[in-house]
Design a protein around this ligand. Sequence first.
Ligand SMILES: [Zn+2]
Length: 174
Amino acid sequence: MTRRSFVAAALAFAGCARAGGVAPALKGNAAPGLTTEAASPATVTPITLTDAEWKKLLNPTAYHILREEGTERAYSGAHWDNHAEGVYVCAGCGLQLWSSADKFDSGTGWPSFTRPIRAEHVRVNLDSSYGMVREEAECARCGGHQGHVFDDGPKPTGRRWCINSEATVFVKRA
Ligand SMILES: [Zn+2]
């Protein structure tokens, strides 16, 4: 990363203040209690809303991360140090995306996972912003930005899915 792009990235990150309470856009889809992989669908039907509709449904932080590919500041989110058992659903549409069973302490200040709860639930795109080529992870149902994925993760996958806390809502295992 060049110094210039680093400064740009740092400024962008510093600009995302944490806001309290993420409001899931479609609360009925969060399905609290359905916390097993088997309970989540293999086939995902895309949800398409306009920017204006998303703006109404999401708090400003969640909107910035999910719809503008923003990044919360390290150690600022609600879930980086969460060790409770449960699933993390998309803050935009409630689709189950991440499981505590795959979470690990990466030391980065962002919730980190070795894999999505189901491969079908997360889409990966190439992102060349900030002078870097990275793999961007987004919800397969609503297209909400989740974070980025890197190849320096632990076993068993070697992948590090670096996710914004505020792009998810944690549903504790009952
Ligand atoms: Zn979603």
